[in-house]
Design a protein around this ligand. Structure first.
Ligand SMILES: Cc1cc2nc3c(=O)[nH]c(=O)nc-3n(C[C@H](O)[C@H](O)[C@H](O)COP(=O)(O)O)c2cc1C
Length: 143
């Protein structure tokens, strides 16, 4: 009984999660390249995929992976002094990753696109992230 309960509780750790947050960037120029290098070095080891979206000093990051790994990485990221003004927009169980091919993609978008993606993430509309994934695949926005 106890061990099956423990097994069930531990199974939550393995559930595939998509987390989306918004923050204000305190990063400039070359530091951004360093940050991306860190993501690309670390994320494959933790089975994390996602995208870092920027617009005019704001970030919107999507992190995908097991609940345990996403949660522990988010705790680190949240305490990183290179950004501020966090808002968690989405923490959802998902059946599949939107960014399985990207350890951490990086794109810059215009204001309207940034707001749309943030709004759709907040409303847990899966379609928000599939538009971003399609942009990464095809190099253009398919609306
Ligand atoms: C906007 C932002 C996004 C980040 N995303 C990631 C990430 O996807 N993966 C990661 O390992 N670190 C990320 N970091 C960096 C972490 O906060 C932390 O500095 C890093 O994980 C430490 O890695 P290290 O111990 O290998 O130096 C991010 C930081 C910021 C400011």
């Amino acid at each position: 009984m106890t061990s099956s309960f423990t097994d069930s509780i531990q199974a939550f750790d393995q559930q595939l999660i998509q987390l989306v947050y918004r923050s204000r960037s305190l990063i400039e120029g070359a530091d951004y390249e360093k940050l991306m290098a860190t993501c690309l070095r670390n994320n494959p080891k933790r089975g994390i995929t996602g995208v870092l979206i920027s617009h005019s000093g704001w970030f919107l990051q999507v992190l995908e992976g097991s609940a345990a790994n996403v949660n522990s990485l988010f705790k680190v990221i949240e305490n990183d002094p290179r950004h501020s003004d966090f808002l968690l927009l989405r923490f959802n169980a998902v059946v599949a990753r939107d960014f399985s091919d990207w350890s951490m993609a990086s794109i810059e978008v215009d204001e309207q696109r940034f707001l749309n993606i943030a709004n759709q993430a907040l409303q847990a509309e899966g379609v928000a992230m599939s538009a971003v994934r399609d942009f990464l695949c095809y190099g253009k926005w398919i609306d």
